[in-house]
Write a protein that binds this ligand. Structure first.
Ligand SMILES: [Zn+2]
Length: 424
């Protein structure tokens, strides 16, 4: 680390949009912005976009309880390699983050991890068991503002209603994994022609739409913000669009894998394409892509979900765990799947998620005085992901050619990640 860095010649996200500028960083902050700044160039950003580091609203770090898959440190390193400077850790750890003490522990542990700011979401119900509310007040006192039973929907309308009422007084929100479990029990993938071809049980698109519709009915009455996780179907996009047109406090995220792949990837029974919600039809993929472009879907979120080989590749499609890693490939996958101008790319990956997640030192357009949490991203670079900093390897992007690559990640002005050889 040097205490001063000059990033020269990139297209920089400023309050006025993308502009060709040099950026000087010193003592953790952006101190100068201009053309042809003096001094030795530390990072040649020619052809690259320079903007606020990415922010992930949906990361599974597996700590505590499943550190053989990932822990906060390995997940943090994967995040830096993916251009992320902040993330929100999901509470479906073992034990779940469902009390003030557990939230305090997770936040404290997160602060020990270098090069990334880690916030923590709390469970909505005790133990994520869907029986009674978790210690929402205690977690709120610790500063937790996002609550989710992710992995499952909030089990009943009554519990969701009670949680929305409680959280509405605290500028907090529910982040919902929309899946009607009575329609998906035992299912492996999307219910459609590919599941029929393979002879495996499928999850209908309605399993997602039914929960979103239920949730929106409650938000309409109560008004507490609701965030819809990993939107995967045309029906879900339409429900979110309708809610926004009504002015409801509803936001939504899409994952890189739902933007990139459809259910035909499962024809080879490869468990690296197994997740919840499942990969849907090409028609659905187009709807999710269009919604990200238009802003109906506010943010990209990875749903980074590490699993060991013993839980995925080695047991076959039917028995494999649900979920894929995604931090290190997210920005490239989005850039490959959706044609976004630089300013909108940063909006969906950095600005919007930082605003929603309350990360005030992240997601800001580059300007003098801002905390230097930055990413240098080359939107034209082709590469093929083969290796990961994550402790797990369950990526659907392994061996796929992607366009766009993270060159440098700066966390508080220091280099958190720098890519090696430019291209594969
Ligand atoms: Zn989920």
């Amino acid at each position: 680390m040097t205490d001063s860095l000059l990033l020269a010649g990139g297209e920089v996200l400023t309050v006025d949009g993308m502009d060709r500028l040099d950026v000087r960083v010193r003592d953790g902050r952006v101190v100068e912005l201009g053309t042809s700044l003096d001094g030795r160039v530390d990072v040649d950003c020619t052809g690259c976009w320079v903007g606020p580091g990415f922010v992930d609203l949906h990361t599974h770090l597996r700590e505590p309880g499943q550190e053989h898959k990932e822990d906060m440190t390995s997940g943090g390193a994967a995040a830096s390699a993916g251009g992320y400077t902040a993330l929100l850790a999901m509470p479906n750890t073992n034990p779940a983050i469902d009390t003030a003490d557990r939230a305090a522990w997770a936040l404290r542990r997160g602060r020990e991890v270098p090069n990334i700011d880690i916030a923590v979401a709390g469970a909505v119900t005790a133990g994520r068991a869907g029986q009674r509310l978790a210690d929402l007040d205690g977690m709120l006192e610790q500063g937790v503002r996002w609550f989710t039973d992710d992995g499952d929907s909030v089990s009943t309308s009554g519990l969701l209603r009670a949680a929305l009422e409680r959280l509405g007084r605290h500028d907090a929100r529910i982040s919902e994994h929309a899946e009607d479990a009575s329609l998906t029990a035992g299912a492996v993938m999307h219910a459609g022609e590919v599941s029929e071809l393979l002879g495996v049980p499928g999850m209908p698109a309605s399993a997602e739409a039914i929960i979103i519709a239920r949730d929106l009915a409650l938000v309409r009455e109560i008004g507490t913000p609701l965030h819809v996780q990993h939107v995967s179907t045309t029906e879900a996009v339409e429900l979110v669009a309708q809610a926004k047109s009504e002015g409801l406090p509803v936001t939504a995220e899409a994952t890189p894998h739902h933007l990139m792949f459809d259910h035909t990837e499962l024809k080879g029974r490869d468990p690296r394409f197994k997740m919840k919600p499942p990969l849907r039809t090409a028609f659905d993929v187009q709807a999710v892509q269009a919604a990200l472009s238009s802003g109906i879907i506010d943010a990209v979120a990875t749903d980074h979900a590490p699993h060991s080989r013993e839980e995925t590749e080695e047991v076959g499609l039917e028995r494999a765990a649900f979920g894929v890693i995604g931090l290190e490939t997210a920005a490239a996958a989005v850039n490959t799947a959706v044609e976004l101008p630089g300013s909108e790319f940063f909006d969906r990956l950095s600005v919007a998620p930082a605003r929603l997640g309350g990360f005030t030192e992240h997601g800001n357009p580059v300007g003098v005085g801002m905390a230097a949490n930055l990413v240098v991203f080359d939107p034209g670079a082709d590469w093929i992901p083969q290796q990961f900093r994550s402790r797990s390897r369950n990526s659907p992007f392994t061996g796929r050619r992607l366009r766009g690559r993270v060159r440098v990640t700066l966390f508080r002005g220091a280099v958190a990640f720098e890519s090696g050889a430019p291209d594969v």
